[in-house]
Design a protein around this ligand. Structure first.
Ligand code: ATP
Ligand code: MG
Length: 427
């Protein structure tokens, strides 16, 4: 029986990892340029943390949690990063150390959903949070930074959707308005939406069920019900985005699947690459109530989370940078030991080197050198050992020269620094 990975979980093989590294390097660089510092929180948290922060009537908590019992604790694999970061922020009293904290994370998240392109059960997110700044300037700055990052990754065709969910007062009024609008259409709603009508009608706006989508057409817009402070914040966000030159689309139907959001809400979609229907590459918003909810002082906060698999689907496939490599082909047992020494010397000089000591014919060794994409092959047999030389073959230039053993490292480094085609003069 062949063992397969668990449903919805993927192996990332070495030939794909280069693109991951490239993406992660850009993210770290850009986030650090904007003053974010990395935080690493555990993959496992108490289930209760997510119930309290994300909300027990959300899709994630209702249906998508991987959790298990251990002693008297119910533990969950984290479905998102914000709750754990907020827990750490409160637990380590970071608010007492600095008025504003900028934190970012990068790592796997777990949700039991139906796997499809761009939707997996283990997937990677990069995200960032700003604590202590009520916005809306910082909200606009974050959205603008994200557009810049996606452009730097070569992703075009972006749509930036923004909305405001107001604060408690606005939300309460809107909940009633939405309930009043949907109540007469109750029988046309999905069974799940009928339940949500009682406890969380905003969730119905987020439903993917066609029945619910029809029913919410023409529903009142939350933007018409914003209370004065919320309205000022919303107008401030639009002004700041306009001043930064970041195009955006006002999207009153945007709710997103987590209950903790207040005021600013955003999502960036792209029609680039192989994304298909899972076209949301990132989402985020303000969550001014969470720190207090988790036992900290009242602290405004805003953050985003980006799905890395989706970003990779949207990213153009650039040719991987060619890595000059050096392959060492010893012929015979004595040469094999010498090959290990040469490989070590090369690595100490920063040259990626691989010695093949399995034994075998020159022909098979050269074939292997070719298959790993080596630029150079160092061949040494008994004859070379006796003469104190190594044969240096340039597999791209198709040239060969004997190099004194003491000069192998210097000559290899020199050969690798020459672009192929700029013909070397054989010694
Ligand atoms: P969707 O509407 O696509 O389910 P979501 O609202 O659940 O997204 P968030 O919880 O806000 O998404 O997560 C932020 C980002 O993480 C998404 O925009 C997406 O890029 C990525 N993401 C979310 N769930 C998955 C998943 N199951 N597999 C891969 N990426 C995901
Ligand atoms: Mg989802």
């Amino acid at each position: 029986m062949t063992l397969r990975p668990v449903k919805g979980m993927n192996d990332i093989l070495p030939d794909e990892v280069g693109r991951w590294h490239e993406l992660e390097a850009v993210l770290r660089r850009e986030l650090e340029l904007s003053g974010y510092a990395e935080i690493r929180t555990p993959f496992l948290e108490s289930l209760d943390l997510f119930v309290r922060s994300i909300g027990d009537t959300t899709e994630i908590v209702e249906k998508q949690m991987f959790s298990f019992q251990r002693g008297d604790e119910t533990i969950a694999l984290r479905p998102e990063g914000t709750a754990g970061v907020a827990r750490a922020y409160v637990g380590h009293a970071l608010h007492a150390k600095e008025p504003v904290s900028r934190l970012y994370y990068l790592g796997p998240m777990f949700r039991a959903e139906q796997p499809q392109r761009g939707r997996y059960r283990q997937f990677w997110q990069a995200g960032a949070e700003v604590y202590g700044d009520p916005g809306p300037g910082v909200d606009a700055e974050m959205i603008d930074m994200l557009v810049g990052i996606l452009h730097a990754l070569g992703i075009e065709n972006l749509e930036v959707c923004v909305n405001s969910l107001g604060s408690q007062g606005t939300r309460a009024r809107y909940r009633e308005a939405l309930r009043a609008y949907l109540e007469p259409k109750k029988s046309a709603l999905s069974e799940h939406a009928q339940k949500r009508l009682e406890d969380n009608p905003l969730r119905i706006l987020d439903s993917k069920n066609p029945k619910d989508r029809d029913a919410v057409q023409g529903a009142p817009s939350i933007l018409d019900l914003l209370e004065p402070d919320d309205l000022a914040h919303w107008e401030g966000l639009k002004r700041a985005l306009t001043a930064l030159g970041t195009p955006f689309v006002v999207s009153p139907e945007l709710v997103r699947g987590l209950d903790y959001y207040t005021r600013t809400l955003f999502e960036i979609r792209s029609t680039a690459g192989e994304l298909g229907t899972q076209n949301a590459v990132l989402g985020g918003g303000r969550y001014d109530g969470m720190v207090e909810e988790l036992g900290g002082p009242k602290t405004p906060a805003v953050g985003f989370a980006m799905g890395l698999e989706r970003v990779l689907l949207a990213m153009p496939k650039r040719a991987a940078a060619e890595r000059p490599r050096c392959f060492i082909a010893p012929l015979g047992e004595r040469a094999a030991t010498e090959a290990l020494l040469i490989a070590r010397e090369l690595r100490q000089a920063g040259v990626p080197a691989l010695a093949d000591t399995r034994g075998g014919s020159l022909k098979s060794l050269l074939r292997r050198a070719d298959s790993i994409g080596a630029r150079l092959c160092l061949v040494l047999g008994d004859t070379e050992l006796e003469r104190g030389v190594v044969a240096l073959k340039d597999l791209v230039e198709k040239s060969q020269s004997d190099v004194p053993r003491a000069e192998v490292v210097a000559r290899t480094v020199a050969a690798l620094s020459r672009p192929p085609g700029s013909a070397a003069t054989p010694a």
